[in-house]
Ligand binder design. Structure first.
Ligand code: GRF
Length: 185
């Protein structure tokens, strides 16, 4: 799992009894998510260097790379190497509001509905937050909602959706057809 921050999505995967988080790499030293990994006895590395990240993932035999709040753009070489095996979670209904300020951007736009997207990161879409969509869940927004409140509610959805997507991947139920994903079974 690749993180840069608090790692609440990492925690959701750690807490899922049927999901094995083999290693955690944080692009930022001191990220709270690293502490979560250490507490769970999961090998944790702080590095922003991509070659070092690859080495860690390979050393632990990572089968699926999960990005949650990972603040670095991966190279085409990295994405090509794990093509179809990288999931990202994003706090908006893509393709609306990509980027690091998705919640703020959605609220500033005045949307009445936003949500969570879990998508694959692929070689043609190395820029952030594109790639075939695996799961989405919508959530209503009120005029008075603050970004903090919306982020908190979206997190609760993320913590359910991301483990579900990892399980679908593990069960071989994610089939990519161009931009479209068929979930079988
Ligand atoms: C999540 O909201 C995710 O959608 C976004 O970054 C945030 C990471 O949160 N890409 P956390 O570090 O998992 O708590």
């Amino acid at each position: 799992m690749l993180i840069s921050g608090t790692g609440t999505n990492l925690q959701a995967l750690i807490d899922a009894p049927d999901i094995d988080v083999c290693c955690v790499v944080s692009s930022r030293a001191g990220a709270a998510g690293l502490e979560r990994a250490v507490r769970a006895g999961i090998p944790a590395t702080a590095t922003a260097d991509e070659d070092e990240t690859v080495a860690v993932l390979e050393a632990h035999g990572a089968e699926l790379i999960v990005l949650a709040g990972y603040m670095r753009i991966l190279s085409a070489a990295f994405v090509g190497r794990w093509s179809g095996r990288i999931l990202n979670v994003h706090p908006a209904l893509l393709p609306a509001f990509p980027g690091a300020r998705a919640v703020e951007d959605a609220l500033a736009h005045g949307v009445k509905v936003t949500g969570v997207t879990v998508h694959l990161v692929d070689a043609e879409h190395v820029t952030a937050d594109t790639g075939p969509i695996v799961m989405q869940e919508a959530m209503a927004v009120s005029y008075d909602d603050t970004a903090a409140e919306v982020t908190e509610r979206l997190h609760r959805i993320e913590h359910r959706l991301l483990p579900e997507a990892v399980r679908l991947y593990g069960a071989g139920r994610i089939h990519v057809d161009g931009r479209r994903v068929r979930v079988s079974g």
